[in-house]
Design a protein around this ligand. Structure first.
Ligand code: GLP
Length: 247
């Protein structure tokens, strides 16, 4: 994995957008694996600017998102479908029928997950997978556990994830307890992975993921085994690695 240190969130967002834009320019009909959470919002904003300046054309791009809360419809303003529409898709010329998020309203978890795996396969694989990282090292909603789970699956969210994501809801009781998420093999099959980490609250996760042994207890650590992973992290997110003298 290659790690680029940036000064702050603004620089992180610009660099990430440059890399995603390069992917679209190199392959206009690429498949982007997209992420939610607060971290990629700045990169999406930069991509919108590039589109508005006439530098980027999304008309042939397809996308698959990492995850979705189980039980939320795309109209719910806390759903990841709503997030993607609001933060990116509504502002660029992407064909929304080519944008995909797991179906949070499918109550049959096995069906929802099998359908999403089939869909990802039918798209011919992901060219560039964008990732944020949870404070406990989760990617998508692959929470720390005893073994890596390969394919799209239904996950029971860790209490720390529910607490971290409660800031987006009116109360913690409203945070869904389950989600559908791409699995580790789905993510590892992407040709290129771009993980973004910003802030001191990610310092432990970045240290554990990049500089400690690969373990399903820190899901992002598996990226050490991916042939083309780029991490863009700001100085705060790299602070523990620096303190330990490994970066
Ligand atoms: C959620 C998402 C992850 C995201 C994580 C971190 O749990 N499922 O994809 O990486 O939050 O979010 P943030 O970027 O807001 O710290």
């Amino acid at each position: 994995m290659r790690i680029y240190e940036v000064k702050n969130y603004e620089e992180l967002s610009r660099k990430a957008a440059d890399m995603i834009a390069a992917q679209i320019i190199l392959k206009p009909d690429c498949v982007l694996g997209l992420a939610t959470g607060s971290t990629p919002v700045g990169a999406y904003r930069e991509l919108i600017k590039k589109y508005e300046n006439g530098e980027l054309d999304f008309s042939q791009v397809s996308s698959v998102n990492l995850d979705e809360y189980k039980g939320l419809s795309g109209e719910n303003d806390q759903s990841y479908r709503y997030f993607m529409n609001h933060n990116l898709f509504d502002h660029v010329n992407i064909d929304k029928t080519r944008t995909h998020v797991p179906n949070g309203l499918e109550p049959d978890a096995d069906k929802a997950c099998a359908d999403y795996n089939t869909l990802i396969g039918s798209m011919g694989g992901i060219d560039l997978q964008l990732l944020g990282i949870g404070g406990n090292g989760h990617i998508g909603f692959n929470e720390p556990c005893e073994e890596f789970i390969c394919d799209t699956h239904c996950v029971s969210l860790a209490q720390s994830t529910i607490e971290a994501n409660a800031r987006f809801f009116d109360s913690i009781d409203e945070v869904p307890k389950f989600a559908y998420t791409m699995g580790i093999r789905n993510i590892m099959s992407a040709k290129k992975v771009l993980l973004l980490a910003s802030g001191k609250n990610k310092a432990q996760a970045v240290y554990d993921s990049c500089f400690r042994p690969v373990t399903p207890h820190v899901p992002a650590s598996v990226l050490q085994l991916h042939p083309d992973t780029v991490i863009i992290a700001d100085s705060d997110a790299l602070s523990l690695a620096k303190e330990k003298g490994v970066f």
